[in-house]
Design a binder for this molecule. Structure first.
Ligand SMILES: Nc1ncnc2c1ncn2[C@@H]1O[C@H](COP(=O)(O)OP(=O)(O)OP(=O)(O)O)[C@@H](O)[C@H]1O
Length: 244
């Protein structure tokens, strides 16, 4: 569903990505961990077609993205929904109006029932649906983003640090919503600094360091403490060996 193959990207003399590969199938959740500057957001920005790789390829839903063709970029974006750390939504619009607006930008016109069903699936209380988003918490805004992904029937969901700033119960609620979306067949690719979230959610976990995918782990075989240990060893091998 999402295939990243040997991606490299250089900014000036900084090599942000150095031959990164991974894939996320329909129904799978992959979480990407890594220190600041490891190349996680660059990977997401390449998947979104915001920047062009120096080399390597990305396929979305079986189609190779041609970064030189507007049509190909637009076609791949139609299959994605991106949920950044802060959802960029209209503060004076309510949840339903925001989804209608985003839908219009995506050339779809869901009816209000469909939107309400999607909002219900995220657990956003119906009492909030008609209130302007300026009165929403971060967790509530994210539910609007996820409801849009449901309405859009997104094949791939890209999330960049979606749980940062969420309280523990909102994080657990978020984890459960994302799991349900994967069960319905979305491929989920999520950048996070949150070990708990990655461990609770992912089938696969990638760890990046200095532009390289240094670990690619099967999360089903992993305890939370082993994940933390492997992370520290791969991101900072010298200081973690001193601690050990
Ligand atoms: N547009 C840009 N111009 C120049 N350098 C960039 C640009 N985007 C990213 N970089 C550099 O590429 C490297 C990888 O950055 P990236 O944002 O992908 O890291 P990250 O893993 O997402 O970090 P963080 O966890 O802090 O968000 C960093 O050294 C960063 O400074």
């Amino acid at each position: 569903m999402l295939e990243i193959n040997n991606l490299s990207k250089q900014f000036g003399d900084k090599r942000a990505l150095n031959g990164v590969s991974c894939s996320v199938k329909s129904g799978e959740i992959m979480c990407l961990l890594g220190a600041n500057g490891a190349g996680k957001s660059t990977t997401v920005n390449l998947c979104l077609g915001f920047i062009k790789p120096d080399s390597g390829t990305i396929s979305i839903d079986g189609e190779l993205v041609d970064f030189d063709k507007k049509e190909s970029l637009a076609n791949s974006r139609q299959k994605l929904v991106y949920i950044p750390e802060q959802m960029n939504l209209y503060q004076d619009f309510n949840a339903i109006e925001n989804i209608q607006y985003l839908a219009k930008l995506s050339d779809i016109s869901p009816n209000v029932n469909e939107i309400q069903e999607a909002l219900t699936a995220t657990g956003l209380e119906s009492a909030a649906w008609n209130k302007p988003l300026k009165n929403y918490s971060k967790g509530m805004r994210q539910k609007v983003g996820i409801a849009f992904a449901i309405v859009r029937k997104a094949k791939v969901l890209l999330l960049d640090e979606p749980t940062s700033g969420l309280d523990p119960s909102a994080t657990i609620e978020f984890i459960n919503i994302i799991k349900k979306l994967a069960e319905k067949g979305a491929a989920i690719f999520m950048v996070t600094h949150d070990f708990y979230c990655a461990h609770s959610l992912a089938n696969k976990i990638g760890i990046m360091n200095q532009g390289n995918m240094v670990e690619f782990l099967d999360n089903n075989q992993l305890s939370l403490s082993s994940l933390e240990q492997i992370y520290h060893q791969s991101v900072n091998p010298v200081s973690s060996s001193k601690v050990a």
